[in-house]
Design a protein around this ligand. Structure first.
Ligand code: NAP
Length: 313
């Protein structure tokens, strides 16, 4: 695939398209000063990013929305240049909650629509104010919902123009099949956002999704922030990998740039998170070189089939 910064979008099954590179925006709210996300999104837009990945549960969606609106007001971009992905949280799966939840996100963003709205995880938690509802013994309280009914409510959001495209996240093949085989399916999920990087290359899911025209959006494409509260740090740091660093040397690129290029070159969208101006720019410099077939194979062979993000809840 010959990719340039100008043509770095991939088509979606509903006729829309998604930029291959987006800015991830998850950062621990307790450790991140207010306004950091706002500044980072603005720097990203100035750098050329047009895709921003966010969520209500990242607690900084208001800053993302403000950054987008400020850049529109400056005349730097138009709304239609930006691709924003929002997410439906686990406590909001009952169908009657889906549209009001998206409307709440739009109110926080102060935007009229999101470009992509995805079901963040396939399992549901008890609806209510607690994001992680737990019983008196500290056990998570799950909630029985029908994912297909949730999906129908997502379809209604697309029909209402509140989301241009709809998709899923952290779905396995069985969960995807449940939606794809749903009687009366109106729209297929256009994408599935899952962990994907050289140590977790997702060969089987990638092949299944290719067959069904579902784009894989790779999260934690740099191997996460290695925050021990939610990351399996027993798996070694991706960016220290000798193969990624050796290939990087050849192209005068960093291991991070090689890891990102590997994914976009095989059609996997990447959403690296950085709130550091220099690294935001570094992660964008992946369209001016390409990896050989041999190098792609060498990187594929790094797969350890081990997740950093185990989602133990
Ligand atoms: P990531 O993008 O793999 O890594 C982020 C970490 O790498 C941060 O600590 C960042 O620090 C650092 N970093 C960024 N660029 C770098 C570079 N060029 N060199 C060295 N270090 C660099 O991890 P992630 O945040 O887990 O995943 C990315 C995004 O995916 C999230 O922000 C979120 O939007 C999404 N996500 C979705 C789900 C889901 O369930 N759907 C789960 C996890 C993540 P600095 O900020 O200091 O640069």
């Amino acid at each position: 695939m010959n990719l340039t910064a100008e043509s770095h979008r991939v088509p979606l099954s509903d006729g829309n398209s998604i930029p291959l590179l987006g800015l991830g925006t998850y950062a621990d709210p307790k450790k991140t000063p207010k306004g950091t996300c706002l500044e980072s999104v603005k720097i990203a837009i100035d750098t050329g990013y047009r895709h921003i990945d966010g969520a209500f549960v990242y607690y900084n969606e208001h800053e993302v929305g403000q950054a987008i609106r400020e850049k529109i007001a400056e005349g730097k971009i138009k709304r239609e240049d930006i691709f924003y992905c929002g997410k439906l949280w686990n406590t909001c799966h009952p169908p009657e909650l889906v549209r009001p939840t998206l409307e709440k996100t739009l109110k926080i963003l102060q935007l009229d629509y999101v470009d992509l709205y995805i079901i963040e995880l396939p399992m549901a938690f008890k609806p209510g104010d607690a994001i992680y509802p737990r019983d008196e013994n500290g056990k998570m309280i799950y909630h029985e919902t029908d994912l297909c009914a949730t999906w129908e409510a997502m379809e209604a959001c697309k029909d209402a123009g509140l989301a241009k495209s709809i998709g899923v996240s952290n779905f396995n093949r069985r969960q995807l099949e449940m939606i794809l085989n749903k009687p009366g399916l109106k729209y297929k999920p256009v994408s599935n956002q899952v962990e994907c990087h050289p140590y977790f290359t997702q060969p089987k899911l990638l092949e299944f999704c290719r067959q069904h025209d579902i784009v894989i959006v790779g999260y934690s494409p740099l191997g996460t922030s290695r925050d021990e509260t939610w990351v399996n740090v027993s798996s070694p740091p991706l960016l220290k990998d000798p193969v990624l660093n050796a290939i990087g040397k050849k192209y005068n690129k960093t291991a991070a740039q090689i890891a990102l290029r590997f994914n976009i070159q095989r059609g996997v969208v990447v959403i690296p998170k950085s709130f550091n101006p220099q690294r935001i720019r570094e992660n964008f410099q992946i369209f001016d070189f390409s990896l050989t077939e041999k190098e792609m194979k060498e990187i594929e062979a790094l797969n350890k089939n081990v997740r950093y993000v185990e989602l133990l809840m």
